[in-house]
Design a protein around this ligand. Structure first.
Ligand code: ZN
Length: 321
């Protein structure tokens, strides 16, 4: 099966982790490749690789360019719908306002013919007021380029439960959300995210450590946004061959395949699908199921989901082996 030709859905990709290396090198010529990509020992060290791209993501022009380039890369990867996430408050260092940041990213995405939406990330460890501003920003742009919220950052230091009140506001205002949990922390973090109302979890792979949590994820139809290569780069999984994604799928967990960070983890969905086939013998039918899971649990409106599902099936049926 030719993975590049398969239509794909991407629900979990970070803008700042997916800046083209050529663009970083052009704008910051002294950058070393190892400083922006590759494996780390833990999530904390992995997150340091975002410091360099963030330096060039502080102007309207660069944000627009970087968003446009990511949209082009997604299109090349045969992604037909993507939910791109980023933390707007990390782009205010040179005087942009949060509105200008979001507008610039949306302007860049609009230049490419691909369906996308933004997920705005609250940050673990950020000030209360700064996270609250992100919730308000999502509310302002909801259905106008923004489809939801996320909680990102260092899960090993900052507990998921401490961010509960932001997601209460999100629920009250019908803002869909996903939460990074069960990547660098255990099932306690996953359960907190589900208790807080998350229907989608970023990673969540540590749910296999506890059968009650696993059962809960299956029973409550919680969707995991799984990012296999990234998990080996943050040390969440020691070896690709040991990644639990196929095991989770076979147990009945709703899993989706995602890249997380296309540059930091040097990955595309085409490459990820190929690695999954190579290491686990995953069949085409499973990829189709996972992509349909992604469409049904995207943050799109019901009508848009139905249209996208139809489009996906049409392309899938016409894809040559
Ligand atoms: Zn992530």
């Amino acid at each position: 099966m030719k993975t590049e030709n398969m239509p794909k859905i991407e629900l979990h990709v970070h803008l700042d982790g997916s800046v083209r290396p050529e663009t970083i090198m052009e704008l910051l010529p002294n950058t070393k490749e190892e400083d922006i990509k590759g494996a780390s020992e833990n999530l904390k060290d992995y997150l340091k690789k975002f410091d360099i791209p963030l330096k060039i993501m502080q102007t309207k022009e660069n944000l627009e360019r970087i968003a446009k380039e990511l949209a082009e890369d997604l299109k090349k990867d045969n992604v037909i719908y993507a939910e791109i996430r980023f933390a707007p408050m990390k782009h205010l260092e040179e005087g942009l306002t949060p509105n200008e940041v979001v507008d610039s990213v949306l302007n860049g995405l609009k230049k490419v013919d691909i369906k996308t939406n933004l997920i705005l990330c609250l940050m673990r460890g950020a000030d209360f007021s700064s996270n609250l501003e992100v919730v308000n920003l999502a509310l302002k742009y909801l259905d106008n380029g923004v489809c939801g919220l996320d909680l990102a950052g260092d899960e090993s230091t900052y507990k998921t439960r401490d961010y509960k009140e932001f997601f209460e506001i999100a629920k009250d205002n019908d803002i869909p959300f996903t939460i990074h949990a069960g990547e660098a922390a255990g099932v306690e973090s996953i359960n907190a995210a589900i208790d807080m109302g998350a229907k989608r979890i970023g990673h969540g792979i540590s749910c296999l450590e506890d059968k009650d949590t696993l059962k809960r994820i299956i029973d409550e139809k919680i969707v995991l946004e799984v990012c296999p290569t990234s998990n080996t780069h943050t040390g969440a999984v020691l070896k690709y061959q040991k990644h639990p994604i196929y095991n989770l799928y076979k147990k009945g967990v709703l899993v989706t395949v995602n890249t997380d960070n296309r540059t930091v983890s040097d990955i595309t969905l085409t490459k990820e699908y190929s690695k999954l086939i190579e290491n686990f013998g995953i069949l085409k039918e499973a990829f189709i199921n996972m992509n349909k899971t992604a469409i049904k649990n995207s943050f799109l409106k019901q009508m848009e989901k139905a249209d996208l599902l139809e489009k996906y099936e049409e392309i899938e049926n016409n894809t040559l082996e």
